[in-house]
Structures are given as structure tokens and as C-alpha cells.
Ligand binder design. Structure first.
Ligand code: GRF
Length: 203
């Protein structure tokens, strides 16, 4: 399966996917074939270049609407014959049109144990709530913000003296394991999204 990763920033999850896709468990089923960023200065683009992966920049400010921006991305994904789209720190909300078009082939990673703490600053929300446990979630994207069906999660403890930074770092480590695992499940057809929005698992 040809995989595109959409990024806006650092791209450590992109890096984890790239490295995992070189391993035997993933290399036969997933090829990270394209990186798309909405920001020309995203460090993730340097990671893509270093890995020899083609990348494209679509500056959302150059488009008259969210739909126009998303259509440009969709066209690029189709041109590159992409099967699976992984959002990895992509800081744009995607239009309903885009989500519908890529439904079942579009996944996101979020730094909390969804459905707890959707949206921005999930780690800050977690600390403010006094949770003793956090983690990350990889899920299919639906029309809500961080609401789609969950493919996999990974838990981490919240320590007594955690700051937003220390907790984020621990969650990031978990993300780098969870995202490759989720991609493997998806790319090998172990999990898919049914028309009614339920997950179907195959052994
Ligand atoms: C991750 O914490 C992810 O959960 C969130 O954005 C962050 C991206 O980090 N959606 P990176 O750019 O992959 O390092």
C-alpha cells in the first residue's frame, strides 16, 4: 500500500513510520511514498528529504477556501496513487468533502486516550484533570474532531511531578510504537472501516 503522511511540524511520527516501514513487518505492505506539509519550514520536510521521500508543500494561505486547499491535496494524493493517508501532527482541520473521499483510508494520531481530551493541548487537559494515566490513540478520521473509530491505543503513566513537556515526551515515545502498529493493521487488511462506521477485524 502506498502511504502519504501529512505533517505541519517536527515529524517525529513521520520518522517512526519511515523507520518502521523499512522493517520486515511493514516493508512488504506499506511504502511511505509521499509527505505533504502545509508549512514550508516544517522540520518534517527535512526528515522526508533525508529519507529520500518526495514531499510537497501546500500553503493553506494561498487557497481561497478550506475546500480548495483540500482538493489540491486530494489531487496530489491521487496523482501519487496513495492508498492510505496518515495525519501526523497536521494542524489543519480537513473538510467534510475530503474526509468523505478518503473515508476508511484516513487515520490520525492523537496524544490522549480518546475519547478523553480531544482537541488541542491534550497533555495540558490531562494534567489539569488530574488523570493518573494518559497515552495515545490512532483512529480513523470521521467528521468530528478526534472522534473516529479507534484502531489502537497505548497507555503511559502520568507521574506526580510531570510537566506538560515531560508527559508529552513520554506520550511521543508511545506514539512512535502505536502508529507503526496501526499502519500495519490497516495496510495488511487486519482492520477496516465498514459502511456503518463500525470497525471490522480479520484475524
Ligand atoms: C503528536 O503528538 C500527535 O499526536 C499530534 O501532533 C504531534 C505531532 O508530533 N497529532 P510530531 O510532529 O510527529 O513529532
Amino acid at each position: 500500500k502506498r502511504v502519504a503522511v501529512l505533517v505541519s511540524g517536527n515529524g517525529s511520527n513521520l520518522q517512526a513510520l519511515v523507520e518502521a516501514a523499512r522493517e520486515p513487518a511493514l516493508c512488504t505492505c506499506a511504502d511511505i511514498a509521499l509527505v505533504i506539509s502545509n508549512r514550508a519550514d516544517a522540520y518534517a520536510l527535512k526528515r522526508a528529504a533525508a529519507a529520500g521521500i518526495p514531499s510537497l508543500v501546500f500553503n493553506h494561505k494561498e487557497y481561497s477556501s478550506r475546500e480548495e486547499f483540500d482538493r489540491a491535496i486530494s489531487e496530489a494524493l491521487e496523482k501519487h496513487k496513495i492508498d492510505i493517508v496518515c495525519l501526523a501532527g497536521f494542524l489543519r482541520i480537513l473538510s467534510a468533502e475530503f474526509v468523505d473521499k478518503w473515508r476508511g483510508r484516513l487515520v490520525n494520531i492523537h496524544p490522549s486516550l480518546l475519547p478523553r481530551h480531544p482537541g488541542l493541548h491534550a497533555q495540558r487537559q490531562c494534567l489539569a484533570a488530574g488523570d493518573t494515566e494518559s497515552g495515545c490513540t490512532v483512529h480513523f478520521v470521521d467528521h468530528g474532531v478526534d472522534t473516529g473509530p479507534i484502531i489502537t491505543q497505548e497507555r503511559v503513566p502520568v507521574l506526580k511531578d510531570d510537566t506538560e513537556e515531560s508527559l508529552s515526551e513520554r506520550i511521543h515515545q508511545a506514539e512512535h510504537r502505536a502508529y507503526p502498529r496501526a499502519l500495519r493493521l490497516l495496510a495488511t487488511g487486519r482492520v477496516r472501516l465498514a459502511a456503518d462506521g463500525q470497525l471490522i477485524w480479520h484475524s
